[in-house]
Design a protein around this ligand. Sequence first.
Ligand SMILES: Nc1ncnc2c1ncn2[C@@H]1O[C@H](COP(=O)(O)OP(=O)(O)OP(=O)(O)O)[C@@H](O)[C@H]1O
Length: 254
Amino acid sequence: MILEAHDLGWSVRRTQIVRDVSLAVREGETLGLVGPNGSGKSTLLRLLSGILKPTTGDVLVEGQPLGHLPRRLAAQKIAYLEQQADTGEAITVRDAVELGRTPWLTPLQPWSAKDDRIVAEAMAGADLHGFGTRYWATLSGGEKQRVHLARALAQRPRILLLDEPTNHLDVRHQLSILKLVAALPVTSIVALHDLNQALACDRVGVMAGGRLVALGAPEQVLNVERIAEVFGVRASIVTDPADGARFFRLDHIE
Ligand SMILES: Nc1ncnc2c1ncn2[C@@H]1O[C@H](COP(=O)(O)OP(=O)(O)OP(=O)(O)O)[C@@H](O)[C@H]1O
């Protein structure tokens, strides 16, 4: 297993925010994380990234405790795309994406043509042609989000942790970025609000009240009863007669 959490918990000022989360993620897998607002998805991703130190339990990366890995090595393995990352610095898009290479650079291994190529590929992956010299502060919300994704891709991690990577994106970019992430040869954990997007993941974890209340194949985990219980909405599965694709129709419970 490339990433494991054992009995993970985090509390702040005696309030338990995440409790008893255990999971194991296989190499190359895309795991969707869903749950209502405040259910602990972002906190769990921050624990898995090493930004937050668990109050209880452990995170293991390739069998090694994350807390024992030097920061640089951890940053070579894990990239984390935050939900509301911003910067006041007057940097260009290209500068921002180049930051993704930082964990790989040393005095003996300075910036090279390989880094240029990786940055160009990352920008192309996030559809940022022509944005290189634009200043970060002038970008729209969705453009900023694509720059964050490009920075994470330029990091060439083994594990990508993405917190609502599509929330500012137009429909075309939502589809293309999820397709890109699914096709990458990396392990991804993606917090999502769109249950139809979660259906396309290899497995889905459901958070509620700080706990991981279900983990498994999307159609088993996202059943009508659980959606009613966790989200308080009525779901029905609709099948597209054209190709048999299944998706959710969601409505209020009367
Ligand atoms: N540093 C903190 N201090 C106090 N409460 C916190 C802190 N961090 C998170 N919380 C609380 O913990 C709960 C879980 O937050 P978290 O951001 O992990 O939820 P989420 O599932 O990602 O929510 P959303 O879908 O709204 O993004 C929320 O009630 C939040 O207010």
